[in-house]
Design a protein around this ligand. Sequence first.
Ligand code: GDP
Ligand code: ZN
Length: 347
Amino acid sequence: MEQLKVGQVVKLDRGYPLVRLADGRTVRCEHATSLVKGADWRAVIGDKVEVDAPEGHDKGIIVSILPRTRAFVRKDPTERAVPQILAANFDRVFVAQPLSDVNTRRLERELVLACETGADVSVVLTKADLAEDDAHIAEVRDRVCALAGPDVEVDVVSTDDPASLEAVRAKVPEGVTAVLLGKSGVGKSSLVNMLVGEAIQETTPVREDGKGRHTTVSREMIKLPDGGLIVDMPGVRGLGLWDAGKGIETAFADIEAVAAQCKFRDCKHTNEPGCAVRAAVEAGEISEERFASYQALMQESEQVSERREEARRLRGEKASDIRAAKEARALHGAGKAGAKKRSRKRS
Ligand code: GDP
Ligand code: ZN
């Protein structure tokens, strides 16, 4: 094999991934057949890849995808489809919401998904110019801060106020890769254009019925002048809150820490005696709204697990078989239950 070069996927559209090599050259790449056969995922935006790119060829070959540090994963609630990776190897996630029209339920989900990746997370409240006045801005900002918790900064921006972008820009210095998460129409492209200083991303006029249009299917990492990279993740509609237990724990680390002080280990923080979480809410240390979000998301996450368990049952073993196997394992140890399962399959 020729000597391989390491590069990063910087653009993904319907064609071949565009890979930027260490020397700055970009090259369109195909996937090696061995990769495709492996049914492993294709390279996604942000992936570090090993490329066979001989000089003089107009196309390179992605030979391997290096291990990902972080990834956005689109999961299937029923596990029928292979999880789909949407972006990889980023350091920060910006969750964007319009300041004068914050959707709390959506915001709390976006925060969980962002926190689940392990990246640094902050909120960007956009279109501040549409707010009624400064008091309105301060009120929304405080509410979002309380909801987002102590680890998440909240920045307020407006495209007619370039200075407002500096706090965002400071979070994407050279060497940092950031992902912009948010519903179509919240102003992500406008934000990127302002950060870059020119119209790189096509902005989408919001239609009168409020539905955004999808103008582009491509994903591109954009280099900020004297800064890092930023990638817009348009239309993350499919980013479901499946199996988000870890994400919730991370997004609500402050509440989880207090919960460790509850009298009962399986405290649901409803009306158990000695509940440290409710005490903290009553003392004003945790905001009511943040606590309500936490409770609602935990409940939803549990329901999703149950539904998934149900789907698994319908697909495969009958509930009675699972119960029998569990009971057998409890009584006789795992070995026998496993043997039972195997013999049942053979018949
Ligand atoms: P995206 O879909 O998240 O990329 O959103 P766009 O950047 O395409 O913006 C959607 C619409 O909101 C466009 O019509 C923009 O002109 C408008 N918009 C974006 N930022 C601002 C802002 O700061 N103030 C106002 N008033 N409108 C904005
Ligand atoms: Zn409790």
